[in-house]
Write a protein of this length. Structure first.
Length: 336
């Protein structure tokens, strides 16, 4: 065998030996495996408790030891829960691109398949942003920063961002700093306008709306109207009360006399008992109606006297209230 081929074989064997040694050296020790397993359990417990930041710390520590699909996919899961979709997609893409081995566990194969599905789903949820600079002279390129990180200039196309609140800031010589605060939702595609104005540009005067005084309300007129309503209401109630009291009183007296005429020596027919009960009921109604009517009449009289003393002399006459009670009728006459 020629010497060049012999030398190539020696070098190949030596390279394979070095690769095998590196692979063996990179394999975690039993103690490290146990540590990674404990970290994964901690991450699961913290995830279930809703402590996602602490769960991410535990999962990342376990993945740093093992570096296998099953640890990395848990890191991506908690990143997705935290709304850090860009980082979650990056980790899942790494899992998908990891080389498969013939003797690897089935859990690694399943994790790699799950990662491929999650990458496609997360890509649809990542918001996209385009920036439109306005108010700037042609040929001027502003310095832009997004959430405190400088953006390359010129910024064209769309940016992929995590959902949530963001702040876009722009600076350029001769212009005031421009800023825009906005919030993105999952899957949103938005254009953000960043308006610039020159330092020497006069500020637009603020338009101050004229102060409009509300119309003054005439409380005296409202009070007078209220008193008139109360006066007429009390007059009406007095008329009704006295009228009902008179009619029911007369009816009660009529029934009582009729019963007395039908009773002789304390012997009354059976139907007389019902008439006597009706007479008593009408008497009670008459008493109550008369009481209400008298009270309402007194209130209306007080209203007349108090109102007449406050009206102008030209519009005021002598107040007078006449109540006439007749048989079966009541009339009220007044001048005010």
């Amino acid at each position: 065998m020629p010497k060049p081929f012999a030398l190539l074989r020696v070098l190949s064997v030596f390279a394979i030996a070095l690769w095998c040694h590196a692979a063996l050296a990179a394999a975690p020790s039993p103690q490290e495996r146990e540590r990674a397993r404990a970290l994964m359990d901690q991450g699961d417990a913290r995830f279930e408790a809703g402590a996602y930041d602490a769960a991410l710390e535990a999962y990342r520590a376990a993945d740093a030891i093992m570096g296998v699909p099953t640890t990395a996919i848990e890191v991506a899961r908690v990143l997705e829960k935290l709304g850090r979709l860009l980082q979650a997609r990056e980790v899942l893409s790494r899992v998908v691109a990891s080389p498969a081995r013939a003797d690897e566990p089935k859990a690694f194969v399943a994790a790699r398949q799950r990662a491929a599905l999650r990458v496609a789903e997360i890509a649809q949820r990542i918001p996209r942003l385009s920036i439109r600079v306005v108010g700037m002279a042609a040929g001027t390129e502003p310095r832009l920063s997004l959430d405190g990180q400088a953006l390359p200039a010129p910024q064209t196309g769309t940016l992929e961002l995590d959902p949530g609140a963001h702040r876009l800031v722009g600076n350029a010589p001769g212009y005031r700093e421009a800023a825009s605060d906005f919030t993105l939702t999952e899957g949103e595609v938005r254009e953000v306008r960043l308006p610039f104005s020159e330092h020497g540009a006069a500020a637009k005067p603020a338009v101050v709306p004229a102060r409009v005084e509300p119309p003054r309300q005439d409380h005296r007129g409202a009070t007078a109207r209220g008193k008139r309503v109360l006066l007429w209401s009390s007059l009406g109630l007095a008329a009704v009360g006295l009228g009902v009291g008179t009619v029911t009183g007369l009816k009660s007296l009529s029934l009582t006399k009729d019963v007395e005429g039908r009773c002789a020596e304390q012997a009354c027919p059976p139907e007389a008992s019902d008439d006597l009960s009706s007479a008593r009921t009408l008497a009670n109604v008459s008493n109550v109606a008369f009481a209400v009517g008298v009270a309402a009449a007194a209130l209306s009289t007080w209203q007349l006297l108090s109102t007449s003393g406050k009206e102008p002399k030209a519009a005021r006459g002598r107040p007078r209230l006449d109540v006439a009670v007749g048989v079966g009728a009541v009339s009220l006459q007044g001048a005010f």
